[in-house]
Design a protein. Sequence first.
Length: 318
Amino acid sequence: MRIPPIQLVPPARTLFLVGISSLVASTWLITSIALGASPVIAINQDAATANVTGQALREHLSVLMGSGGNIGVLDGPDGLLLVDAGIAVSRPKIVAALSSISTKPVRSLINTHYHWDHTDGNEWLHAAGATIIAHKNTLAHLSTATRVEDWDYDFPASPIGARPTVLVTAAKTLSFDGQTINIGYYGPAHTDGDLSVYFVQADVLLTGDTYWNGYYPFIERDAGGSIGGMIRAAEANIKRAGDNTIVVPEHGPVARRADLVEYRDMLVTIRDSIASLKNSGKTLAEVIAARPTSIYDDKWGGFVIDPAFFTRLVYATL
């Protein structure tokens, strides 16, 4: 049974219910982090109980939401192709959501970067038959133990079966059941291994963590990320998208090109404001106290990356 199409702009009642659900989840996560829990622990706990829901897009493409980052799904005659793998604790709900789209096996999996909320499901998906595709830097990160300082968390090396075997350096084009899929490397942005995935016939763009719709994004400086790289990636997304393009962020609801422009403008304004304060000799504490993100906080500051956290990330990568 295929998931019925869902409007890109849901009716008011749907927006209300989604908003209440997001508010409850966001409040719980922020409270957990404020009490000293690593975001990784808090997000894993949330993913263990969260529903995984599907939204049909077009041309046999859907997106699953609820297991860390959004998961793209292409349903072809011979099997499924996924973009990102979600968090392993969500496996039963991911399997159920995939089964509502198709009972065919997962043939291919593209990782947009190495973070656990996009690769934690790699091992079980590979065991089920999926070939894993990613940037070479994603393989490097997954092949060794990694500490993410800003999350206060140590990740072990991934098992051999969870590591990608088809590697992208700059760009790669796939043909999968009638869809041409252009995979592009952004250059260092959110991390040093970020990939975009564009389905040509469907005109659907998946941005990985270079775009968080309605939330301040995380930037991992220890893995080559920077605010400048995020802005360059935002510009690349805007250039790729047309007025009819469906844009799937890694976090947040499905979007359009105009939403990408708004996001880019937010990043640029905050970057410029923080850079001005830093260049004038302000310390990080003084910059946070100046609230350089304040005009955007109501819309963008209500999730895991709160205004002070985002200010710190930008300040550190200037």
